[in-house]
Design a protein around this ligand. Structure first.
Ligand SMILES: [Zn+2]
Length: 492
């Protein structure tokens, strides 16, 4: 099953641009290709995205100097250029390449960068723009495969008279011209925005494991992603490598299709509103996280709260009345149990740090979004934080399955501090704060954590079709627009 939301879009556009098929014929050919099984939600999105791309392309103003009635021709080869560098140490040459959609004609080179969402709210990335226009001005066609991990072989260079970089938003057929100018202007842009940062751009500083690791070809050998065979307790499937997080597991329980569309990061639509309690929980989390990110770091104080309903609203949270007051009380209570309260100078805090680990037996990349990882002297702790009006008497691992994942990760020695990393739960309630040590190293706790985790992983792992579970799950689903089975939100 295709797992990249823009892959099919490029396949269909290739059929239109290089095999001269009509939009309808290209979509039919793509849909009926037995080598490319696709999810019905992905098919619906692709159809929309193709039409959005083409409509936006028609709206782009003509390139200056193009004869009346003429248009640019699509180009199948990628463009790249090879550069030499003294910086950073150890790197004497590197390659810059552009993908996306490429067009030429009458001395013009144009690159159209495809976005899933709208370009109107897409932040401008000046370094990305500068690299792209540098390649547009000085690049040559790529003759060899970019996956060979060898130096690329490049074709003949032809100097353009004008280069243009356009961004296209497929969801709403929007476009934005990011750059238009002569090669000299493009080089000048490159020089000012890229050369100054080339060390960081090439070396990247480090590997940064995160939400995209599931799509990375190199994750199995990445030095920053530990490999733990048997972590999930299931064996491999014939499916391509996938990534899994607690969100995947929870969403899968509501509707398998929704989990699949979420994993592909398809554009979302304003979903049904969160309940007041959910908004309050998110607001409390965000407030405390911001306090923990202060530099120099300092403990949260009891009076360090939003203080009023208006202050919540000023921070963008729709909280009022009882929930607003409860949220303020919870933040004040957190000061009593803040990890920094005793020895702030001897602590290290990492709020919202993703932890990524690869299980080769299941062929799954597990991504855990931890609330807070912190070190006090030489002792590391993972703390999950929950807000609840009252304390429940349920089994904690059952009630908060991400704690089960945390216990499993702690025992697999993938958290900082290795196997001695402790796991704790901070509950902020209407009657005060409670911090509970999960005793992650105890065999019965680990066994229970594995049982809970399996419930969320095994049926997802065995699934190859991600069927829809239309009904209740559609009510707050942000992907109903792409789902052929979605029931009307106003209905049942
Ligand atoms: Zn704190």
């Amino acid at each position: 099953m295709t797992g990249w939301a823009l892959g099919p879009l490029h396949d269909v556009l290739d059929l239109i641009e290089f095999k001269s098929l009509s939009v309808q014929d290209a979509l039919v050919e793509w849909r009926t290709d037995p080598k490319r099984p696709f999810h019905p939600g992905l098919a619906q999105w692709t159809e929309h995205a193709v039409c959005g791309y083409l409509a936006a392309s028609e709206q782009i103003p003509a390139v200056p100097g193009l004869p009346q009635g003429e248009s640019l021709e699509p180009v199948s080869r990628l463009w790249a250029r090879q550069r030499s560098s003294q910086e950073p140490a150890g790197v004497d040459w590197y390659e810059e390449m552009v993908t996306d959609r490429r067009y030429v004609g009458h001395g013009v080179r144009e690159l159209r960068v495809v976005r899933k969402g709208s370009v109107t709210d897409h932040p401008r990335d000046e370094s990305e723009i500068a690299v792209a226009v540098g390649v547009l001005a000085g690049g040559s066609p790529v003759l060899t495969s970019r996956w060979e991990r060898k130096r690329l072989r490049l074709g003949r260079f032809e100097l353009p008279r004008l280069v243009r970089l356009v961004e296209i938003g497929c969801v709403d057929a929007s476009h934005r011209i990011l750059f238009e100018g002569t090669p000299e202007e493009a080089y000048a842009r490159y020089d000012s925005d890229v050369e100054a940062h080339i060390g960081t751009l090439i070396a990247g500083g480090s590997y940064r494991p995160g939400m995209n690791c599931g799509r990375c070809e190199a994750v199995a050998t990445c030095p920053e992603v530990p490999s733990r065979p048997g972590l999930l307790g299931i064996n491999g499937s014939d499916l391509p490598r996938r990534s899994w997080s607690m969100t995947t597991g929870r969403t899968y329980g509501k509707c398998p299709a929704r989990a699949h569309l979420e994993d592909m990061f398809l554009p979302r639509e304003g979903s049904a509103e969160d309940s007041e309690a959910v908004v309050r929980g998110k607001a409390v989390h965000a407030w405390i996280e911001n306090r923990h990110r202060r530099t120099p770091q300092q403990p949260c104080e009891p009076e360090d709260t939003p203080g009023s309903e208006e202050a919540w609203q000023g921070e963008g949270w729709a909280l009022a009345g009882l929930e607003a007051r409860l949220g303020i009380q919870m933040i004040g209570d957190h000061a009593l149990v803040c990890p920094l309260r005793d020895r702030p100078d001897d602590a290290e805090l990492h709020p919202e740090r993703p932890v990524v680990v690869y299980d080769p037996d299941a062929d799954v990349v597990v991504i855990a979004k931890t609330d807070l990882l912190y070190r006090m002297a030489d002792r590391w702790t993972l703390r999950e934080m929950k807000t609840a009006k009252r304390l429940s008497k349920e089994d904690l691992l059952e009630e908060y399955p991400q704690l089960a994942l945390a216990v499993v990760l702690a025992n697999a020695a993938v958290l900082p501090g290795s196997e001695s990393c402790t796991v704790e739960l901070e509950r902020l309630t209407g009657t005060g704060p409670v911090v509970t040590d999960l005793e992650a190293a105890a065999p019965d706790v680990l066994a229970q954590a594995r049982r809970v985790l399996k419930k969320y992983v095994s049926s997802w792992h065995a699934d190859i079709r991600y069927p829809t579970k239309a009904g209740k799950a559609c009510k707050d689903c942000p992907f109903t627009r792409w789902c052929p089975d979605a029931v009307d939100r106003g209905g049942t």
